[in-house]
Design a protein around this ligand. Structure first.
Ligand code: PXL
Length: 290
């Protein structure tokens, strides 16, 4: 039976992030992908100036109401960039209305990166974001979002013990599994997860590519969501997400140098060139579980 996810995040019309990444990637993983756009922007906010921003806060409850009448069922709910603080309550209500016992809820608490908030966000957004992290099964912050959620300083340096402590504190917010992305360890780059049910930590790494590219967090969270819904364990899911995200970064490096140096990172990663790898990773999940 085809599995179905709904992803709740913005549409950035240009710039390959959020819904325009989640839709193709999760679909390629063999999972139907419904969308609820939280806002429509002409581009993402990570570099471009002068972008348009249409807030869709009042549309979301109406979409949810219609879907409730249709009795739609979702195997996964995956949330990302929200368009307003009020949307955290609306999304929390959506979880309550659509969660069945077999639904997996993945929250990417999108708020910032590199120790800085994204344009339009204030630190108090974190208190609101905690509300939906509490109701999630899996949360996927980067180090900046972890520091906002836990109200600790952004860690410029850290060791594995620090990350393990942050992860357990993140699960204390109420979710079962926390994954911190963008972890550096020498020449490696990856993610560490903690599952409070098993009490275990899991890690996945690939080589660090010293280039800045926008939208990689959304690639990671989308692939993680698709893998979990296809039945991967959290260990398999972070391995696939780290591998695929790194594949897309490597595929983009050459073309990056054909664009002006300052704007190139804004154009996102060339995940389109790596779809065959994604399909192969998904086939690996079925083999592992049969
Ligand atoms: O990639 C996260 C993201 C999603 N959506 C919008 C953004 C960003 C990050 O800058 O601006 C609109």
């Amino acid at each position: 039976m085809l599995k179905r996810i709904v992803t709740i995040q913005d549409i950035s019309c240009f710039g390959k992030c959020s819904s325009t990444v989640a839709l193709p990637l999760i679909s390629a993983m063999g999972v139907e992908t419904a969308v609820i756009p939280t806002a429509v922007l002409s581009t993402h906010t990570g570099g471009f100036t002068g972008y348009t921003f249409r807030d869709l806060t009042t549309d979301i409850p109406q979409i949810a109401e219609h879907w409730k009448n249709l009795n739609l069922h979702f195997d996964g709910i995956y949330t990302g960039y929200l368009g307003s603080k009020q949307q955290t309550q609306i999304v929390a209500d959506f979880f309550d209305n659509f969660r069945k016992k077999d639904t997996t809820i993945i929250v990417d608490p999108v708020m910032g990166d590199g120790g800085k908030l994204y344009a339009g966000f204030t630190p108090d957004f974190a208190k609101e974001m905690q509300k939906i992290c509490k109701k999630a099964d899996v949360i996927v912050p980067n180090l900046t979002e972890m520091s906002l959620l836990l109200d600790v300083p952004y860690p410029e340096t850290y060791n594995k013990e620090d990350i393990h402590r942050y992860l357990t504190q993140l699960t204390d917010l109420g979710c079962r599994i926390a994954v911190i992305t963008g972890i550096r360890d020498g020449n490696l780059h990856g993610a560490i997860a903690y599952d409070k049910h098993s009490g275990k930590f899991y890690e996945a790494y690939r080589e660090h590519i010293p280039e800045q590219m926008h939208g990689t967090g959304d690639v990671f969270a989308s692939v993680l969501s698709g893998a979990l819904i296809r039945g991967a364990s959290i260990e398999q899911a972070i391995t696939i997400a780290v591998n695929f995200t790194t594949d897309t970064i490597i595929a983009t490096v050459d073309d990056l140098h054909h664009l002006p140096h300052d704007i190139a990172p804004w154009y996102g990663v060339e995940f389109e060139a790596c779809m065959d790898k994604l399909v192969a990773y998904v086939q690996g999940i079925s083999k592992a579980s049969h």
